[in-house]
Design a protein around this ligand. Structure first.
Ligand code: ADP
Length: 572
């Protein structure tokens, strides 16, 4: 095929280093390790397979600064996104990372050595400057700025890589191609022109129409090239999306399109990202690249305004068009025309012609509530797949988190609730009682109790993810621990991420007076290391979904109010 990779040579380090891979692997056994983060792993895969050509390693200070300031590597080659190996100050010291040193870079999932880096330099980046220059603002509403602030370590290590092996994937192996493999595939099919489509979302009719239009305009075949590395937090998981892509591939004219997955860690950098995406697609052998509306947009900033204009990405790609050597296919927003039952870019729609659109937010609402999704918007097979990942509210899991003093009534409320929910049926109900789980809990230090609550949160999230109703009732005296548990559930339980904090606010004096097991007496006598309300502070929850008190209400009333809370949320 005529189109060369970016910089002229495909840097396929895995193929290049293959003859000495065994030797490198042996050497890696004797080297100190740097275990990669998930994002570094994605970056490493694309450095070593040539997706990021002409990069041959993580950026040194000269390249990094030049990329941040000018969108170019130090030698002038266009490259708009910094690609860095960040490490903590402590690791620099612990591993004695100095220029000239060699380190094994390991896969965080299975500890396999993937490459050896020869350190060129170790430098401290200016993260605020990186945020402003690369993402447009030092605003944590931008996911990559939030990442810079909370995840990125203080130092960057620059240096070239020698590849030992590509990261192993167990999912959709047949759909994963290196740039060399995809180029070979196109060659085999005699595809001379290939228009690539980037996506991190499920595809619907608008996207099919857009890609087919691009194909016809340029007499090119279509490469659907979705990102399955890291995308924007909250996006539809890649398993669901790949099922969607497979369903939509069947809707293309026979032989027109091909689906391949890209293990990229997106940065949501809008315009700069679009230029980067174009470079990557060029490396994978595409001749054309679609940039539509709000390409790789991160959404709204802290002031409620979009970070980038809807067509800023197209403008920047256009600016570098000549040196990119991949043709951009720009599109305005594709919109549906009910009168003719077709899709058209909004700028081609005649005046006074009615158009229809369903926004991403509206689509998510319909999926969540089970509201109908019209044929003009999507395909049955796609909607069916999406609905499977958005079970109706009544099948979604949830977590009821009861916090309060010892003997405040948490256990009795929880047990009564379990009965009430079992009577309703439809879900398995699990009780994670503080005392039941905390054997010898009375000897716990505050830290141990904290860890235990976090472990309960982890288990609760897993159960809720599988659709269970989970009642968790530890004392959980610390606000930050409760917040951690809540976040764990919200982030990891998928559609089961329904979390309710219930403060069982029975006053301490009542809890103590009615304590027939004498635990408070022991605590008062100093026989318990750390006890909430006595020798440890119980931090009253800042925000609760419900506050109850057994000194004021009977158990039936309390259970009823909790079930009502679930009813209001359509969960029962
Ligand atoms: P991202 O750009 O973050 O990957 P999407 O997967 O939503 O997000 O978009 C993939 C590509 O399709 C982008 O180039 C985007 O601009 C384009 N696109 C998505 N929806 C439309 C639409 N309705 N009209 C025009 N372009 C669109």
């Amino acid at each position: 095929m005529a189109n060369p990779p970016h910089g002229g040579v495909l840097k396929d380090l895995v193929a290049r280093d293959q003859p000495i891979a065994t030797q490198l692997k042996e050497e890696a056994q004797g080297l100190k390790d740097i275990v990669l983060t998930e994002r570094q792993l994605c970056d490493l895969e694309l450095i070593t397979n040539g997706g990021f050509s002409p990069l041959e390693g993580f950026m040194n200070a000269k390249d990094y600064n030049s990329v941040v300031d000018t969108l170019r590597l130090a030698d002038g080659t266009l490259f708009p996104i910094p690609i860095n190996l960040d490490v903590s100050e402590e690791d620099i010291r612990r591993l004695s990372i100095v220029p000239g040193g060699r380190f094994a870079l390991r896969d965080p999932r299975d500890d396999e050595p993937l490459a050896i880096i020869t350190v060129e330099d170790v430098y401290q980046p200016n993260l605020v400057k990186e945020a402003v220059q690369v993402f447009g603002a030092d605003d944590p509403a931008h996911p990559s700025v939030a990442y810079l602030r909370t995840q990125v370590q203080e130092y960057y290590i620059g240096g070239k890589l020698q590849a030992i092996q590509a990261p192993v994937h167990f999912d959709y192996v047949a759909l994963r191609y290196t740039p060399a493999e995809l180029r070979a595939h196109f060659k085999k099919l005699a595809w001379r022109r290939v228009v690539a489509f980037q996506t991190r979302n499920p595809m619907h009719r608008a996207h099919r129409e857009l890609t087919i239009r691009a194909s016809r305009m340029h007499q090119a075949n279509v490469l659907i090239h979705p990102v399955v590395g890291l995308t924007k937090p909250g996006d539809v998981d890649h398993y669901t999306r790949v099922r969607v892509y497979e369903a939509i591939m069947a809707k293309y004219p026979h032989g027109m399109g091909h689906l391949a997955l890209l293990p990229l860690a997106m940065r949501m950098a809008g315009p700069r990202e679009a230029v980067w995406h174009a470079i990557i697609r060029k490396n994978f052998g595409a001749t054309h690249f679609i940039v539509g509306r709000d390409h790789a947009g991160p959404g709204k900033n802290s002031y409620g305004k979009d970070f980038y204009g809807p067509y800023d990405a197209q403008e920047l790609v256009l600016k570098y068009h000549d040196e990119l050597q991949i043709e951009m296919v720009p599109f305005q927003m594709m919109t549906y025309l009910p009168s003719t039952d077709e899709y058209q870019p909004i700028d081609e729609v005649p005046k006074n012609v009615q158009t229809l659109d369903i926004s991403g937010t509206e689509l998510r609402r319909r999926l969540k509530t089970g509201a109908p999704i019209p044929d003009w918007f999507s395909y049955d097979a796609v909607v069916k797949t999406l609905r499977e990942s958005y079970p109706p509210r009544k099948s979604q899991g949830f977590v009821l988190f009861l916090t309060g003093f010892h003997n405040s009534g948490k256990d009795i409320i929880s047990k009564a609730l379990q009965v009430a929910l079992n009577e309703q049926g439809g879900r398995s109900v699990t009780l994670l009682l503080g005392e039941g789980i905390q054997e010898s809990s009375l000897r716990f230090t505050a830290e141990e109790r904290d860890q235990n609550v976090q472990r309960m949160g982890f288990v609760a999230a897993e159960l809720a993810r599988a659709g269970a109703a989970v009642i968790v009732a530890p004392m959980a005296p610390k606000e930050h621990t409760r917040a951690t548990v809540r976040n764990t559930v919200l982030k990891t339980a998928g559609p089961g991420g329904n979390f309710f904090t219930i403060h069982v606010a029975t006053p301490l004096a009542y809890c103590e007076k009615t304590d027939r097991r004498g635990v408070y007496a022991q605590a008062r006598a100093g026989k318990i290391i750390s006890f909430p309300g006595i020798s440890e502070e119980y931090e009253v929850p800042v925000k609760t979904d419900l506050t109850v008190d057994v000194s004021q209400q009977n158990i039936e009333e309390i259970v009823h109010s909790i079930v009502l809370l679930l009813e209001i949320q359509s969960l029962v």
